[in-house]
Ligand binder design. Structure first.
Ligand SMILES: Cc1ncc(COP(=O)(O)O)c(C=O)c1O
Length: 400
């Protein structure tokens, strides 16, 4: 087999997908009309798969802050945090993040992926153990690979399985980092954190929690599932992203552990990549206080989430285990999932199509993410579009 032969299965997969029309991946949004609407394939479309949970991407003060930063500091930093890429905005953002989370230390990375991957890969090394929830995000898996640590998976959201695996580790629990997520991005279920932290403390391990999808969504101040569950003091490291509730791009890690500061000298994804641009830093800084000061957005987000979940359940779709801002409908047959995804788009509704192996099981997902900015009428239109899938005859060639 030659170097490039490995792409043959991708070519076959692409050809297969093209049979259903345009490729579902990389669908082009030709115009963004608002946080919840765009023009997609020439059609006015409700955006119900954007992770724009608080719907703040057009917030005037954040846009203004970004424009000012670009005018004053330029389009990019052209260097890494370790070299020329640390501006006063990066330092200020770190101290504001630490304050937001009530922690002593914060590190800003260029993307959420780099934050999670780099933190996992740097905290654990050869001889250590990474004990991760089986459904963790790719950035956590990649961090595991890079770390050189021994990797053990526990069953998704299963405290008893975590307990069992820690018990088997004996003294090695001292060198163990447990990694899980606050809100899981595919099925929208939440980690049973109160149970997990009790088990972690009993075994003397440490815990890293990825709040990428839960920041802004859970907790009185929007700090995430750990805040909502009242267990923040039991979580050693929190990682997250600016690309969802904060409406920009970038990532962070916060902790009370002083070692976090030393990660600046050790985390390769912090050292060897250009720092976030001034405009990104400025809009994120302007957005952060809004997360805490506008709890009404969370109330609206949850109202919308429950309405969508109830509507799709009523329409007969099998959904993830609990209501929340991520609502995923299982579709056992991949061909049908692709067909339905196209039909939703034709009906003016964009959701994410997720197919195995990116899904936790063999089923595909029509994954919706809801926003505080969606109107009740928009949520009802999404539900109606899903209902029409069941009512209308299947497209030619689509197997059921
Ligand atoms: C759990 C989790 N961690 C990290 C990331 C990476 O974040 P970003 O897309 O901002 O790089 C994601 C992305 O969706 C995620 O779901």
């Amino acid at each position: 087999m030659s170097l490039l032969d490995k792409f043959a299965p991708f070519a076959a997969k692409r050809a297969e997908l093209l049979k259903h029309g345009n490729l579902p991946f990389g669908v082009v949004t030709e115009q963004i009309l608002s946080p919840t609407e765009g023009i997609v394939e020439g059609r006015r479309t409700i955006l119900a798969g954007t992770n724009n949970y608080l719907g703040l991407t057009f917030e005037p003060e954040c846009i203004e802050a970004a424009q000012k930063a670009i005018a004053e500091q330029g389009t990019g930093t052209t260097g890494s945090r370790m070299a020329n890429g640390t501006y006063d905005g990066h330092v200020a953002l770190e101290s504001e993040l630490a304050e937001f989370f009530g922690r002593s230390h914060a590190l800003v990375f260029t993307t959420g992926f780099l934050a999670t991957m780099g933190t996992v890969a740097t905290l654990a090394g050869r001889g250590d153990v990474l004990l991760i929830d089986g459904d963790c995000h790719a950035s956590i898996y990649d961090g595991c690979r890079l770390s050189g640590a021994d990797i053990i998976r526990f069953r998704h959201n299963d405290p008893a399985d975590l307990d069992k695996r820690l018990s088997r580790l004996g003294d090695r629990t001292q060198d163990t980092l447990i990694v899980t997520e606050g809100l899981f991005s595919m099925l929208g279920d939440q980690a049973p954190l109160a149970d997990l932290v009790e088990i972690k403390a009993r075994h003397g391990a440490r815990l890293l929690l990825d709040e990428a999808h839960s920041m802004g969504v859970f907790g009185a101040r929007g700090r995430g599932v750990a805040e909502a569950e009242g267990v923040e003091d039991q979580v050693d490291f929190v990682v997250g992203t600016f690309s969802k509730s904060l409406g920009s791009v970038g990532g962070f890690c916060v902790s009370d552990r002083p070692e976090l500061e030393l990660m600046r000298f050790a985390a390769r994804s912090y050292i060897f990549t250009a720092s976030p641009t001034p405009s990104v830093v400025a809009s994120t800084r302007a957005m952060l206080p809004l997360v805490a000061s506008r709890p009404g957005l969370r109330d609206k987000l949850w109202d919308n989430s429950r309405r969508l979940y109830a509507g799709l359940a009523e329409a007969g779709f099998k959904l993830g285990p609990q209501p929340g801002p991520v609502v995923a409908a299982f579709v056992d047959d991949t061909e049908q999932a692709i067909d339905w995804w196209h039909r939703l788009l034709e009906a003016g509704v964009y959701v994410n199509l997720v197919m195995p192996p990116a899904t936790p099981s063999t089923a595909s997902l029509l994954r919706c993410s809801i926003s505080a900015a969606h109107t009740t009428e928009q949520v009802d239109r999404v539900v109606a579009a899903f209902e029409s899938l069941r009512a209308a005859p299947k497209a030619a060639g689509a197997a059921v």
